[in-house]
Ligand binder design. Structure first.
Ligand code: FMN
Length: 163
């Protein structure tokens, strides 16, 4: 199974997390892609696509994802799996890591299956568009602004579920 990591990051926090996830999964540097400098067609190279975004504005996806998603949503990614991760700030209590939900919504039409939902139980926020009715987040949510110390363990726990 070939795994590729795709991320968008404005100040570098999500880029750093992408590398931590890569280390935990044994993904090589050449398979870590900043969406600002990557063609969406590269998604087709992988069986498991790990897609990460920080959240900006009021629950928006990180800026570099917009153009990338325009191309990505036209692809046929049937038979592939997508696992989403997000970086945000829990004190933005109504939109915590909500950018993850944008990735999910915009990639739904590609035919890929989503994996990597993560229990919301250990977080402290009011609500989020990334929160599913079953109490899971659509992906791994991290808050390196306030709780960077919790991220390594959450990453370890999450990658084990990706198979
Ligand atoms: C103007 C602004 C708006 C933000 N909005 C949100 C938000 O709605 N939800 C959230 O969880 N985090 C929000 N954040 C926090 C960022 O996601 C956080 O700073 C993150 O570490 C940035 O990651 P990056 O450097 O990889 O882009 C916001 C930060 C700023 C400065």
């Amino acid at each position: 199974m070939k795994t590729g990591i795709f991320y968008g990051s404005t100040t570098g926090a999500t880029a750093e997390i992408a590398r931590q996830i890569a280390k935990a999964m044994g993904v090589e540097e050449k398979d870590i892609h900043d969406v600002a400098h990557t063609s969406p067609a590269r998604l087709a190279d992988y069986d498991l696509i790990v897609a990460g975004t920080s959240t900006w504005g009021h629950g928006e996806v990180q800026d570099d994802w917009y153009d990338f998603l325009d191309g990505a949503e036209a692809l046929d990614l049937s038979g592939k799996r997508i696992a989403i991760f997000g970086e945000g700030d829990e004190t933005m209590s109504d939109t915590f890591c909500a950018g993850m939900s944008v990735l999910r919504r915009r990639l739904e039409g590609t035919g890929a299956a989503f994996t990597g939902e993560f229990p919301a139980g250990t977080y402290s926020f009011n609500t989020s568009a990334a929160l599913l009715p079953d109490g899971n987040m659509v992906g791994l949510a991290l808050d390196n602004v306030n709780h960077a110390n919790l991220s390594p363990e959450r990453i370890e726990q999450w990658v084990k579920t990706l198979g």
